[in-house]
Design a protein around this ligand. Structure first.
Ligand SMILES: Nc1ncnc2c1ncn2[C@@H]1O[C@H](COP(=O)(O)OP(=O)(O)OP(=O)(O)O)[C@@H](O)[C@H]1O
Length: 250
């Protein structure tokens, strides 16, 4: 069964059709890249899946359950996690404290009144830092980290909610070639090990074609391709969109 399945999602803002009948799914352990030119509808799609905006029509299912129109809080409870393009860590805290804070926030959301002391979460935070290969940096202030390490810390924080589906906005933005390939290799390992479904947007084509299991392409709100990286790379419609030969969607 798919972790995420969206069916015929449509959304318009006034006269702009941001999404027009978009359907796709992501399975456990799979990395699905959502690509498309500026304004194609990628952020709108993400924002619907994590509950920030409502679709005009269509359905969103998580693990088979219809969660169409649910709030961000409910989406988080149903297993949607998100990591943002601009890393959101607290520079004055250590790496471990950042992850402990993310764990506390997740527990607070899940259990409401029951707040375990931060010390109880130390071992869990360290386990997440092990998974993201950041354990050696646990005692450093986050402000002192290199950018690639900030992204790994951010990933550990996103995993604190134990998501089944991880949404990643431009995960490798601002990184050098080697750093971004290393980050995506880590994400792939985590997806495989934890059965995590990953949906990510990305402008770096080396990341998309080197690391995604499957690629979907949006253009002016429509899904114009869905296949393996090889299939999508060979699709003349996709080349046309990216090379601007037809200036947009068919
Ligand atoms: N709040 C809004 N009000 C009006 N129009 C909007 C709003 N949000 C998005 N749009 C329009 O909807 C379309 C899709 O935008 P969206 O941000 O989803 O695309 P995107 O693929 O994420 O683009 P980018 O790669 O530039 O971030 C665009 O034409 C955009 O101008």
């Amino acid at each position: 069964m798919s972790v995420l399945a969206v069916e015929a999602l449509s959304k318009s803002y006034g006269g702009v059709q941001a999404l027009d009948g978009v359907s796709f799914s992501v399975s456990a352990g799979e990395l699905l890249a959502l690509i498309g030119p500026n304004g194609a509808g990628k952020s709108t799609c993400f924002n619907i899946v994590n509950g920030q905006i409502r679709a005009d029509s269509g359905r969103v299912r998580l693990n088979g359950r219809d969660v169409t129109g649910a709030s961000p809080r409910r989406m988080a409870l149903e297993g949607v996690g998100r990591s943002f393009q601009v890393a959101q860590v607290f520079g004055s805290m250590t790496v471990r404290e950042n992850v402990q804070t993310a764990l506390l926030a997740a527990r607070h959301r899940l259990l409401g009144f029951l707040r375990p002391a931060a010390t109880l979460l130390r071992a869990e935070a360290e386990a997440l830092l092990e998974q993201t290969r950041m354990a050696a940096r646990a005692d450093e202030p986050a402000a002192a980290l290199a950018y690639g390490d900030v992204k790994r810390l951010e990933l550990a924080m996103a995993l604190a909610t134990a998501p089944r589906l991880l949404l990643m906005d431009e995960p490798t933005a601002g990184m050098g070639v080697e750093e971004r390939l290393a980050l995506m290799a880590l994400v792939r390992d985590l997806a495989r090990t934890n059965g995590l479904a990953v949906l990510f947007t990305e402008h770096s084509m080396d990341v998309v074609f080197g690391h995604a299991d499957r690629v979907i392409v949006l253009a002016r709100g429509r899904l114009i391709a869905d296949g393996t990286p090889q299939q999508v790379r060979a699709d003349p419609k996709v080349a046309d969109i990216y090379l601007g030969r037809r200036g947009g969607a068919e």
